[in-house]
Design a protein around this ligand. Structure first.
Ligand SMILES: Nc1ncnc2c1ncn2[C@@H]1O[C@H](COP(=O)(O)OP(=O)(O)OP(=O)(O)O)[C@@H](O)[C@H]1O
Length: 218
């Protein structure tokens, strides 16, 4: 079961630049999907990177239950699945090896069930037999399928996804939306930034619009 993820007066600026996020307070609840929208440069990726402990706040904090995620990231990140903004996967692994590594590093690997679990998520996301090839040889859509599979394979409590539908074909877009829908219905907490909102908006419990004077929910 997920805990609440909360922003406590969160602010972020890069160097001497203007604030990207200013004094943002809100919470994301288990069993909900929050869609982050806004124009280019509004701060969607910045907020997701803060939630994923890939960036540090200038002020304020992100809490997962009682944990300040930037002070104590390990237990939190064990429960988080990520789809990054860019292709940040290790190019020298195959998709199958990447998923095995994630399962092992999170204590979810068993010789009996691990391979079937990997096959099931890759089948579902329609990554074909090239799942056994190096990620460095993948097309952008295949890389994205591997990213989505990596986010979900270890039964996360929280998924943070930056443009998860980018480069996906129609069938895989539908498969990904179904996966997210099931995840949230099972009590997962999802925060998703997307310009391709048509497919995801029906799942959204909240839409947070960044890049305006004060963020509003719709
Ligand atoms: N590492 C960085 N150093 C300096 N400025 C940055 C850095 N990363 C982001 N920014 C700036 O922060 C602002 C928000 O960028 P961010 O990538 O969070 O926006 P976004 O809403 O995700 O945009 P897009 O829709 O284009 O992906 C932009 O003005 C950007 O130039």
């Amino acid at each position: 079961m997920a805990d609440t993820l909360a922003l406590d007066a969160l602010s972020k600026r890069y160097g001497d630049g203007p604030p990207v996020l200013s004094n943002l307070s809100r919470s994301f609840e288990p069993g909900t999907l929050t869609l982050l929208v806004g124009p280019n440069g509004a701060g969607k990726t910045t907020l997701l990177r803060l939630l994923a402990v890939q960036a540090y706040p200038t002020d304020g904090a992100v809490r997962y239950g009682e944990i300040d995620v930037h002070d104590d990231p390990y237990r939190y990140l064990q429960r988080v699945g990520l789809v990054h903004a860019g292709p940040e996967l290790p190019e020298h692994l195959t998709a199958v090896e990447l998923l095995e590594w994630i399962l092992r590093s999170r204590g979810h690997w068993t010789e009996d069930e691990g391979p079937a679990r990997i096959a099931a998520v890759l089948d579902r996301l329609r990554l074909d037999e090239r799942r056994a090839n190096l990620i460095g040889t993948y097309s952008s859509g295949m890389t994205q399928k591997a990213q989505v599979a990596a986010a979900f394979v270890a039964e996360p409590a929280v998924v943070l996804m930056d443009e998860p539908l980018r480069s996906l074909d129609t069938a895989t877009t539908e498969a990904t939306v179904d996966l997210v829908d099931e995840f949230v219905a099972d009590g997962g907490l999802a925060v998703v930034a997307s310009h391709l909102t048509d497919a995801l908006r029906p799942l959204a419990d909240e839409v947070v619009r960044l890049g305006e004077e004060s963020p509003v929910s719709a």
